[in-house]
Ligand binder design. Structure first.
Ligand code: P1T
Length: 400
């Protein structure tokens, strides 16, 4: 067999995978056993207790490690630097445990509302974290703030939720090295098909696997992935010590979803581009934010940073500002039919939501206003339905 590295489409299906050694099953069975027999105390087949070791979870963990290009072997780390959790926030919470009490974390100003809530309303109290927010889409502001506040961790999200700002991943890695901080990128919106921050010297990638990786809105999960052996050792310890692991049924479903990730992402990107261009021509839409549009302030950076097999591709998320206020937004959101009015994103079906009332309600009012998450902002997750049908649905709702 050729030793040439596989392309991402093939890695989605084969990365980190092998037939089950006992039966030859091509897909890993769902191992539900919570415990494993020992011949003599401490003598076993490498599996003791399912929080620590689970075959099905390991299979998914090796898959995401491969897709994010950790480059670690199983002798470096049992699952090659991939770790799966019960949710995206469980992954984030475990990652924060790498920090000592009282540490400073420098965070992108626009992040998922739940990440903001965990930092400001939980960990600043229980862990004494000092949380500094900055707009990292301005690389100079990132460097300046980092040298002032000396963070132990830099938390970036790109594209951001929900305003789709782009953070220069190379700049985050560079600044992180300069100040000695652990760098983390929440890669949920792009997925490893479009960008792989570990290849750009980032320390840890985080995912809400609930979104594109799972891809079918039928499972909640999260991941942390690293290419640094010493961080993998710490994360392995934390995953087991804290225990918010992904269960075997969820690991099976998420692995199943990951098989079609590349083919789904290709379609999400194509349809989102068409829909973004169409939306830009609609008089009742004041502004369209999509990294693939020339009007996006960081279109050039997105073109460089987000690619599918070497060609620019910008993801499936679109943010729009409607003309009018809450009344107009409500009317539009009540009149879509194919787009489901619901939180979450990244599934095969199209979703639409109102961040100020829904996903980002927990962001303090003043911060939400400063970020521009207003009553007229609507977020779309473009699914893989026929794009003409999606456009017809939006056209009908905009006319009302
Ligand atoms: O929902 P959970 O799996 O715990 O993941 C949290 C999370 C982390 N990071 C990003 C960028 C996210 O978008 C999310 C979850 N977001 C939504 C539920 C949402 O609708 O935006």
């Amino acid at each position: 067999m050729s030793t040439k590295p596989l392309h991402l489409e093939s890695r989605c299906i084969h990365g980190g995978q092998r037939p089950d050694p006992t039966t030859g099953a091509v897909m890993p069975p769902i191992y539900t056993s919570s415990t494993f027999i020992q011949e003599s105390p401490g003598v076993h087949k490498g599996f003791e207790y399912s929080r620590s070791h689970n075959v099905t979870r390991f299979a998914f963990e090796r898959c995401i490690a491969n897709l994010e290009s950790t480059g670690l072997s199983e002798s470096d780390d049992r699952t090659q630097g991939g770790f799966a959790f019960a949710s995206g926030l469980a992954a984030t919470a475990t990652c924060l445990e790498l920090l000592d009490a009282g540490s400073t974390i420098l965070c992108m100003d626009d992040v998922y509302g739940g990440t903001n809530r965990l930092l400001q309303r939980v960990r600043s109290r229980t862990q004494g974290l000092k949380v500094v927010f900055t707009d990292m889409s301005d690389a100079n502001a990132l460097a300046r703030t980092a040298s002032e506040c000396k963070p132990r961790m830099i938390w970036a999200e790109t594209p951001t939720n929900p305003t789709l700002k782009i953070v220069d991943i190379d700049a985050v890695a560079r600044v992180g090295r300069a100040v000695g901080a652990i760098t983390v990128v929440d890669n949920t919106f792009a997925s490893p098909i479009l960008q792989r921050p570990l290849e750009r010297d980032i320390d840890i990638v985080m995912h809400s696997a609930t979104k594109y990786i799972g891809g079918h809105s039928d499972v909640v999960g999260g991941c942390l992935v690293t290419s640094r052996k010493e961080l993998a050792e710490k994360l392995r310890f934390m995953q087991n010590a804290i225990g918010s692991v992904m269960g075997p049924f969820d690991a099976y479903l998420t692995l199943r979803g990951a098989k079609t990730l590349a083919i789904r992402i290709r379609r999400h990107c194509e349809s989102a581009m068409r829909i973004a261009q169409w939306l830009e021509a609609q008089p009742s839409v004041e502004r369209v934010v999509y990294p693939g549009l020339a009007s996006h302030p960081q279109h050039a950076l997105a073109t460089r940073q987000m690619q599918l097999n070497g060609a620019p591709a910008y993801g499936g998320m679109i943010t729009i500002f409607l003309r009018g206020g809450i009344k107009e937004s409500r009317r539009f959101l009540e009149n879509v039919h194919l787009f489901a009015l619901a939180e979450s994103l990244g599934g095969v079906e199209s979703l639409i939501e109102h961040p100020a009332i829904m996903t980002h309600a927990s962001v303090p009012d003043a911060q939400r206003a400063a970020l521009g998450i207003s009553d007229s902002l609507v977020r779309l997750s473009v699914g893989i339905e026929d794009a003409d049908d999606l456009i017809a649905d939006l056209a009908h709702a905009l006319e009302r």
